[in-house]
Design a protein around this ligand. Structure first.
Ligand code: UTP
Length: 271
């Protein structure tokens, strides 16, 4: 069973400046609800019991959001407003599940993941990148089913426009299992259009094996001087670990760019 999820939140969010100059992007409202709550709800519905947040000192506001008990208790006592007590109950439910670790220097997603090494209990865990919202269908839940069936690591994937391949991790297929699931042959971080092995992009949902930590300890920095999980995953694949790319059924919303962030509110409002 996959019981733990990791959410890296220690990045700088430069693509959403100036909104992110003082405010963590994960707390920005999407149709009236902080983006991170959509991710938490996806985890809970998928059966996750513990969630590890990787934050930085600069993003302590995220920790405060889930730990503002005195404020809520005082207001609830004064106002006796049902809506506020319900919101507080929801935050308490999240809070019970969340642990915090720190990555104060954003050296990349691989480096962020390494900070959780001591907290991972089982052989596999889920990792979600909070900029990537997937609505209408629970992607994590579907991936957990695939993991159970094939006893392998799984990454969410999507066919993208060839012109945009340099924004993503791109993989090529060793074997097609069925219309939606593929055994991965190679994965490469943000290739140029010329070097891209396909147009199959990795989206921010991963079921990863605990063994990845051993490799991460030795992982050198890659593109833009960052330590990317994609590079470590490629090493694991070359060591014969099975990784399945799962073309998910839901709708993808990229909340990490200004355009995408604005569009995501409009899309969610339509549901
Ligand atoms: P991104 O690189 O897409 O986001 O990282 P970013 O760095 O926050 O934003 P930009 O690119 O400057 O606009 C994907 C996820 O990984 C986290 C980010 O917080 C984001 O949720 N991350 C990234 C870390 O936790 N640590 C890092 O060193 C890098």
């Amino acid at each position: 069973m996959i019981k733990q999820a990791i959410i890296p939140l220690a990045g700088l969010g430069t693509r959403l400046l100036p909104l992110t100059s003082v405010f963590p992007k994960e707390l920005l409202p999407i149709n009236g609800k902080p983006g991170i709550e959509y991710i938490l709800d996806e985890c809970i519905e998928a059966g996750i019991k513990e969630i590890i947040f990787i934050i930085s000192k600069k993003k302590n506001m995220i920790k405060n959001y889930f730990n503002n008990d005195i404020f809520f208790k005082t207001i609830i006592k004064k106002k006796k407003d049902k809506r506020i007590s319900n919101e507080y109950k929801k935050i308490l439910k999240y809070k019970k599940m969340i642990k915090f670790v720190y990555q104060n220097n954003p050296l990349g997603t691989g480096d962020a993941l390494l900070k959780t090494k001591k907290l991972i209990k089982d052989n596999y865990f889920l990792m979600l990148l909070p900029d990537d919202l997937i609505i209408k269908k629970n992607c994590s839940k579907a991936m957990i089913s695939i993991h159970k069936k094939y006893k392998s690591s799984v990454m969410a994937s999507m066919n993208v426009d060839k012109k945009t391949v340099s924004r993503w991790g791109i993989f090529n297929v060793k074997k097609k299992i069925n219309k939606h699931n593929f055994i991965i042959k190679d994965v490469v971080e943000k290739p140029s259009q010329k070097d891209a092995p396909s147009n199959k992009a990795v989206i921010g949902r991963y079921i990863l094996p605990k063994i990845i930590f051993k490799k991460l300890l030795k992982q050198k920095s890659g593109k833009d001087g960052e330590i990317h999980i994609t590079d470590t995953i490629q090493l694991l694949i070359k060591n014969d670990l099975k990784f399945i790319g799962h073309n998910f059924a839901g709708k993808y919303l990229d909340c990490g760019t200004m355009n995408g962030y604005i569009k995501s509110s409009l899309e969610i409002a339509k549901i």
